[in-house]
Design a protein around this ligand. Structure first.
Ligand SMILES: Cc1cc2nc3c(=O)[nH]c(=O)nc-3n(C[C@H](O)[C@H](O)[C@H](O)COP(=O)(O)OP(=O)(O)OC[C@H]3O[C@@H](n4cnc5c(N)ncnc54)[C@H](O)[C@@H]3O)c2cc1C
Ligand code: SF4
Length: 290
């Protein structure tokens, strides 16, 4: 493991003082990838003392602090009643131990589980731009059916992001220059020619909260995976409004209501890269922006 300096931020202002820092929330992605030397930040800022907690349910919608733990949001009574896709997606994510540790903000910024990405001996355009993508013609059973490119066919790994995109949720971001709110559907980028650029986050920017509008339509989150004890999704889909996550390079949302939930054949049937380049959702749903 490479050396790095570490500070525990006592205030948001202090946390934002280094644009080149990596934030540490639950650490279940960051520490993992630092040990593999896939992520090698020189500066790590622990944000766990920041006032970024709280689950606020109101008639107009839901607000979740970025440092809320996945487990706490999953079991929150009103979230389960009114935004069942959120609680189901969280409850089906990872393991109980991980959900107790991992935060909502960190979940949305977790990295792909592509094995080549996690092995620094292998080329990978996402980790090392221009080095190539061994997955296109290699082991791509768990890779994207939709939204891939010839440069990268990695899938998006977050269950929660799929539910939030279906719900038209936004995230609040803060850096040294101020705040902005962006729709999650616009936040994530398709890989295109630059798979190393995964989202619209600016250097040093912090996710402070997730904002979910009120929802009056029936919801369901469905996850297809290799084993039910715990496993990343091979495919994650939401009914009501349609959104598709794992199985795709980023969460996608259909725009027409009243359609059945997205159903796509199992992982890696056919060529992940070729199917992804078509850039269409089955049933004619477009990519959801960004
Ligand atoms: C074995 C295993 C199985 C898993 N299975 C699933 C699964 O089935 N479904 C699923 O969705 N996830 C799964 N996960 C991923 C897990 O949910 C994420 O690791 C976790 O949510 C990350 O949250 P964290 O708080 O630990 O993030 P950290 O590891 O602390 O941070 C992750 C990244 O986000 C950045 N970051 C964190 N918080 C903020 C913030 N507020 N603002 C800006 N940047 C921030 C960090 O700098 C880092 O780059 C699994 C993980 C493991 C290890
Ligand atoms: S699919 Fe993407 S993450 Fe995986 S090896 Fe190819 S470029 Fe890297």
């Amino acid at each position: 493991m490479k050396t790095y300096d570490f500070v525990s931020a006592g205030s948001i202002r202090q946390a934002l003082s280094r644009e080149d820092a990596s934030y540490l929330a639950g650490g279940t992605t960051l520490v993992d990838l630092m040990k593999l030397e896939v992520m090698t930040p020189a500066h790590v800022v622990d944000i766990n003392s920041l006032p970024l907690r709280g689950i606020h349910c109101a008639p107009q919608g839901l607000r979740i602090g970025a440092l809320e733990r996945m487990a706490d949001v999953a079991v929150h009574h009103e979230v389960a009643q009114r935004w069942s896709m959120v609680s189901t997606a969280l409850a089906l994510s990872a393991s109980p131990q991980l959900r107790n540790m991992a935060s909502i903000g960190g979940n949305l910024l977790q990295r792909t589980r592509c094995d080549y990405f996690r092995d620094v001996r292998m080329p990978c355009n996402k980790r090392k731009p221009g080095s190539g993508c061994p997955a296109v013609n290699g082991d791509n059973r768990m890779h994207a059916i939709l939204g891939g490119s010839s440069a990268c066919v990695a899938t998006h790994a977050s269950d929660l992001a799929v539910a939030l995109v279906a719900l038209d949720a936004s995230i609040r971001l803060q850096d040294r220059h101020g705040e902005r709110v962006i729709k999650l559907a616009d936040f994530y980028r398709l890989p295109g020619d630059t798979p190393s650029v995964e989202n619209q986050l600016r250097p040093g920017e912090l996710i402070t909260e997730v904002i979910v509008p009120a929802c009056d339509w029936p919801q369901a989150y469905v996850k297809v995976r290799d084993r039910t004890s715990y496993e990343f999704p091979g495919l994650g889909g939401c009914g009501g409004r349609r959104a598709l996550g794992r199985g795709a390079g980023r969460p996608h949302r259909g725009r027409r209501r009243g359609h059945p939930a997205v159903a796509v054949a199992g992982r890696g049937e056919g060529s992940a890269g070729q199917a992804g380049d078509r850039g269409e959702l089955p049933g004619g749903g477009p990519h959801g922006g960004g």
